[in-house]
Design a protein around this ligand. Structure first.
Ligand SMILES: [Zn+2]
Length: 309
C-alpha cells in the first residue's frame, strides 16, 4: 500500500497479484469463457494495472499485465490491453473514488442483459442493502466509444450495470469489492430467475420495508446503489402458501420508494435509451390507479424540483 494525497493505493506488486487472483476466481466461477472479461485496479491517482487482450483470465501471469494512465497511454507491459479497457477508464474518470473495475459475462446476469430486463425487483434484502438495483446500459458495440458513453450515467449513482446483449460491469473502492459486486449481481440474477421463472412467485418488498433497508444502507455509508421499485401493499407477511399449492403471486402495484435521501432512483433503461427516467409502475389494478397516479405526480414534481435546484 502507498498513500498519495491522503488516498491509499495498492503497490504495483499487490495490484498485479490481486488481478491474477480475481482472474482465476472469475474463470473458475464460470463468469467468463475463453479469453473474455477484464479487470483493472488503480495504483495511483492517474495509473492502473489491467488485463491483456487475447489471454484467458484464469491463466494469466504477472508479465502479461499492462500498466496504463487514465488517458489510455500504455506505460509498461509487452501485451496489448483489451479494447474494453475504455469503459474502465471512463469509470475512473467519472468517479475518482473508484479504485477497481471488473467486467465479465456471467450466465444468468448476461441472460437478463440480453432479455432487456433490469435487475431491480425489491425481493432480496441483501441485494437492496449491499448492491442496490442494477440497470441496463443501452446497447453499444464492444470496443467502441459508445460503450463508455452508455455506462457514464450510472457510475456515480449505482454499483454496477448490465451491458445490453453483452455482460456485466462493476466497480468498487477496492478490487475485492468490485469483484464481490460482480458475484452479487450473478447471485441476485439467479434468485430473480428462480423465483420469477422457475418457482413463478415473488413477494416483492413493500415500500416501508424498502425504506427501512435504505436507511440501514445509508447508515452503512453506502451512498450509491439505486432505489428499486417497491410494492404499495405489504405482501410477504400474508401471502404465504403451502409448497403443495404453488400458484403465481398476486399482481402488485409497484412504485418507487418515498426515500429521497439516496441518489439514483433506478430508471427504466431500455436498450437504445439510457436516459429514460420514467417511474416504473407495473401490473396496475384498477382500484389502485388513482393512488398510483398521485404517487407518479409526486415523483414527477420531485424530479422537476431536483432538476431546478
Ligand atoms: Zn465483454
Amino acid at each position: 500500500m502507498m498513500t498519495v494525497q491522503g488516498v491509499r493505493y495498492m503497490s504495483d506488486f499487490e495490484a498485479k497479484k490481486s488481478i491474477l487472483d480475481i482472474g482465476r476466481r472469475m474463470y473458475e466461477r464460470g463468469f467468463v469463457a475463453s479469453n473474455d472479461g477484464n479487470i483493472s485496479c488503480k495504483v495511483g491517482p492517474n495509473t492502473i494495472w489491467t488485463t491483456p487482450t487475447g489471454v484467458s483470465k484464469g491463466f494469466m501471469k504477472q508479465e502479461m499485465l499492462v500498466k496504463m494512465d487514465l488517458s489510455g497511454k500504455v506505460l509498461m507491459g509487452k501485451y496489448r490491453p483489451s479494447s474494453e479497457v475504455k469503459m474502465h477508464l471512463r469509470v475512473y474518470q467519472e468517479n475518482p473514488e473508484v479504485q477497481a473495475v471488473t467486467h465479465a459475462h456471467p450466465l444468468v446476469a448476461t441472460s437478463f442483459a440480453i432479455a432487456g430486463i433490469n435487475l431491480d425487483a425489491a425481493i432480496l434484502t441483501e441485494a437492496v442493502l449491499g448492491l442496490g438495483s442494477i440497470p441496463i446500459a443501452r446497447y453499444a458495440t464492444p470496443g467502441t466509444d459508445e460503450v463508455p458513453e452508455s455506462i457514464a450515467p450510472f457510475v456515480n449513482t449505482h454499483n454496477g450495470v448490465l451491458l445490453a446483449n453483452h455482460g456485466a460491469l462493476t466497480w468498487g473502492k477496492d478490487i475485492y469489492q468490485a469483484f464481490y459486486r460482480l458475484e452479487s449481481i450473478e447471485y441476485y440474477a439467479t434468485i430473480l430467475m428462480y423465483t420469477g421463472n422457475i418457482i413463478g412467485r415473488q413477494n416483492v418488498l413493500s415500500c416501508d420495508q424498502v425504506d427501512k433497508l435504505l436507511d440501514i444502507r445509508q447508515k452503512l455509508g453506502i451512498t450509491a446503489g439505486g432505489i428499486p421499485p417497491c410494492s404499495v401493499q405489504e405482501t410477504n407477511m400474508k401471502d404465504i402458501v403451502s409448497s403443495s399449492d404453488i400458484r403465481p403471486s398476486k399482481p402488485v402495484t409497484l412504485v418507487h420508494s418515498n426515500n429521497q435521501t439516496l441518489k439514483g432512483v433506478t430508471p427504466i433503461v431500455r436498450p437504445g435509451d439510457s436516459h429514460n427516467t420514467e417511474t416504473r409502475v407495473e401490473k396496475v389494478e384498477p382500484e389502485h390507479l388513482s393512488k398510483v397516479k398521485e404517487e407518479i405526480i409526486a415523483e414527477v414534481v420531485r424530479r422537476v424540483t431536483e432538476q431546478l435546484n
